[in-house]
Design a binder for this molecule. Structure first.
Ligand SMILES: C[S@@+](CC[C@H](N)C(=O)[O-])C[C@H]1O[C@@H](n2cnc3c(N)ncnc32)[C@H](O)[C@@H]1O
Length: 383
């Protein structure tokens, strides 16, 4: 039995039952070909579904539909998997009585594959609400190029923790032990604080700890309290803190909003929970897991995080708010709403390379910077 294909299959079943979270994707035990297949499925899912609709009635059971999606994605988009293998391996996952129908549909698809692929358009790969968002954010002019770019993975970067410089290693064997694999934009966010004089730092939403590790190296003499509510993610945070020898970091597996904070901080990093739509290059599935309603809900939550935590910033101290999203609901609107009620805070221009800045804010755009899309704002408590 092909274990990895079976896992992809159960992941698709979960997806169609509405249970998929992108944490699945962090699983590095998938062999390379399965990661590639995962990407192809979720990059092209709308088109795959549109193609399958030619052969299906509306109420195909999820277990069969997931198998069809898995088989069809290989037939249409994985040239290195022969069609017969795509069909046979898919059928092997199913119970004998489920196989006849799936076999018939996939074989029909094979005979009409060239015709079907002639109708492929990059616009089929993205849900309509998301395309409309992109139009609003970046205009219509280069939309096609933007969509193609978003269907490609971002650059793999590493930051050398001793010199805090970035590397783009081609060969994994060249990576030094003290190099942290990071998205460049994500790593530039803690670096915004590199010229600030800070002794007490809170990393409010810390796991898996990419930004915690960098903060620890930028401010080696500061005390850093890193909070993470989720137990499994807190474990990952602890592993990273230990692996990268961040001796000035103390971790707390706790809800940062409910914790009784007895001290005030010079700097709070609030890398807030968000839609993660900015990670679409490495998480192609997010386009199907989010919608406008979720963005609005998130912005209310994010404002609550910012407002609650701002009380724990010392006068003269800073709060660095960030999200891996380019959507204004989760970015600039949260900051504007916060400042309406908190006139004792003001925006400070971020310290970052020009291509990562928009006015006073940090704003990385995946199709331009080949990184994840982030928004960040630095706020100073003035009274
Ligand atoms: C965007 S992720 C943080 C990524 C992290 N800063 C990094 O760079 O590796 C947000 C994290 O906040 C955690 N979180 C959500 N609500 C929280 C809360 N109330 N208290 C503490 N952590 C929370 C989530 O479990 C998640 O791990």
């Amino acid at each position: 039995m092909d274990r990895n294909r079976r896992r992809l299959y159960s992941l698709l079943v979960d997806f169609y039952y509405g249970k998929l979270t992108e944490d699945y994707f962090e699983d590095t035990t998938y062999r390379k070909v399965y990661r590639k297949l995962y990407f192809e499925i979720f990059r092209h899912l709308s088109f795959i579904e549109k193609s399958l609709a030619l052969y299906l009635k509306k109420d195909t059971p999820v277990e069969l539909y997931a198998a069809l999606t898995l088989g069809a994605s290989q037939i249409l988009f994985m040239n290195d998997i022969p069609d017969y293998a795509a069909v046979n391996e898919t059928l092997n996952i199913l119970k004998p009585k489920q196989r006849g129908f799936v076999n018939a549909v996939l074989r029909k698809l094979i005979t009409q594959k060239d015709e079907i692929l002639k109708n492929y358009s990059i616009y089929d790969d993205f849900p309509e609400w998301y395309v409309n968002k992109l139009k609003k954010n970046f205009g219509e002019e280069n939309l096609t190029e933007i969509l193609y770019s978003l269907n490609n993975p971002p650059l793999n970067n590493y930051i050398d923790l001793s010199s805090l410089t970035f590397y783009n290693y081609e060969n994994f064997e060249d990576i030094p032990a003290q190099a942290l694999p990071v998205d460049r934009a994500s790593a530039l966010i803690p670096l915004i604080t590199k010229d600030l004089k800070v002794d007490k730092i809170m990393d409010a939403c810390a796991a898996p700890g990419g930004k915690t590790v960098i903060l620890s190296k930028i401010h080696p003499l500061a005390e850093i309290n890193a909070f993470e509510r989720d137990q499994n993610r807190a474990r990952k945070l602890n592993e990273n803190v230990e692996k990268y020898k961040c001796t000035n970091v103390k971790t707390f597996n706790a809800d940062v909003l409910k914790y009784e904070h007895l001290q005030r901080y010079d700097l709070i990093l609030l890398d807030a929970p968000c839609s993660s739509l900015g990670t679409i290059k490495r998480h192609p599935e997010v386009r199907f897991l989010r919608n406008q309603k979720i963005l609005i809900k998130n912005s209310i939550k994010q404002l609550k995080f910012l407002t609650t935590l701002s009380d724990f910033v010392k006068i003269g101290g800073f709060i660095l708010y960030s999200v891996c999203s380019n959507e204004s609901e989760e970015g600039v609107q949260v900051i504007n709403n916060f400042l309406k009620n908190k006139s004792n805070f003001e925006i400070v221009p971020v310290n970052a390379p020009d291509e990562f800045c928009l006015g006073d804010f940090f704003y990385s755009v995946p199709h331009k910077t080949e990184t994840d899309g982030f928004f960040a704002a630095l706020l100073k408590r003035v009274a």
